[in-house]
Design a protein around this ligand. Sequence first.
Ligand code: 6PG
Length: 239
Amino acid sequence: MPDVRIFPDLEGASQEAARLFAAAASEAIADHYRFSVALSGGPTPRRLYQLLAAEPYRSQLPWGQIHFFWGDERYVPANHAESNYRMAKEALLDHISIPVDNIHPMPTDAPEIEQAARVHSAELQIFFDGDICFDLALMGIGDDGHTASLFADDPALTVRDKPVAVARPTSQPTDRLTLTYPIFNRTRRVLFLVSGQEKALVVARVLAGDAAYPCTGIQPTGELIWLLDQAAAASLGEV
Ligand code: 6PG
């Protein structure tokens, strides 16, 4: 059973996520001199990113040894309103002193999305010297049970031989790039941050092991922690 922590509201859950981020960074840097994190998109993590961009984390964290990646990205320009990179840039990256080489967005400017997937796969292989293993993946869950851009009935779910896959979810306005299950499940620590009553039922079903939801397939060999606000935790134990 994963470690499930419940907070009165998203602020409390985000504060805990920031604390865990800092602890994971400290542990990773002490062990192998750098900290690699795959960020999640959507609106929920914005507050977490703002907390990391503010004191005490802004001046405390060794940003020069921290590397930002993304768990998934919408295939839109980097300055597009839907871009996960843009959201993290506005909430966090523009407010900290971090080398540009430490920021590794998924490319969304190739003529073909399949080419972008190949390019980013190669970038990951080079960065991790052929053994892709993130220190931390921040993740969310959609009310349909997707996570990152792993959506039900999408071929990206079945990719096992590539680190980055193309997702074409029919429920979404754009194609997407996503890290694949093998990559998420090799991550040292996975942190879900979930807020809102509309997520309560799917969270309860995923935590009960319902394989109908893509999120249930995130079973990392490392640590798995769920940070929920009370609204998102409301149906736990009821399914
Ligand atoms: C994305 C995200 C996605 C997100 C969920 C939940 O690109 O949309 O990576 O997987 O985590 O859609 O988003 P919210 O928690 O903000 O609703």
